[in-house]
Design a protein around this ligand. Structure first.
Ligand SMILES: [Fe+2]
Length: 160
């Protein structure tokens, strides 16, 4: 009986972390979308497309995370108010300056990766290989995008 209670507590903690990730992805989506709209300058076409790919990818992941929460018996956050409150990422309200938009995207990817790493650890503790695998896949993709964005800024990638 005690073991079951522990398991339930840990499950709700995992769902809580997944909701933090969901909320952070929703805010990241707005940031990527505003960069897509506002970006200016010589690399416009390229970066306009980079941010479009990023917000489309965020849309897919937002749906996958919410459905994983439901699969685990939890309830995903449903309102914008809750999302803003629970997000680890702030809204940017982009200036349109290329280096800032790219640096902000790197910052957001890093913040998402921090939560995903925490979820991998929690999921591993509970033998939840599906959630751990989902997060590992996201982390691998973010590492690659982070490397590319860092190349653009001539900096070392901060996600590894
Ligand atoms: Fe567009």
């Amino acid at each position: 009986m005690k073991k079951k209670e522990n398991k339930e507590n840990r499950d709700s903690n995992l769902v809580g972390k997944l909701n933090s990730l969901l909320a952070s992805y929703q805010v990241a989506y707005f940031n990527f979308r505003s960069s897509h709209w506002m970006i200016k300058g010589e690399n416009f076409f390229e970066l306009h497309k980079v941010f479009e790919t990023a917000y489309n990818d965020a849309t897919e992941k937002i749906d996958e995370i919410a459905e994983r929460i439901l699969t685990l018996g939890g309830t995903p956050l449903l309102t914008a108010t809750e999302m803003i409150k629970r997000s680890n990422i702030n809204e940017n309200g982009e200036s349109g300056k290329q280096e800032k938009c790219v640096a902000d995207m790197l910052h957001d990817l890093k913040a998402l990766a921090v939560i995903e790493n925490q979820i991998v650890k929690l999921a591993d503790e509970q033998d939840d290989v599906v959630t751990a695998d989902q997060m590992t896949k996201y982390l691998g993709e973010q590492q690659k995008i982070s490397w590319m964005l860092s190349q653009f800024l001539n900096k070392k990638s901060s996600i590894n």
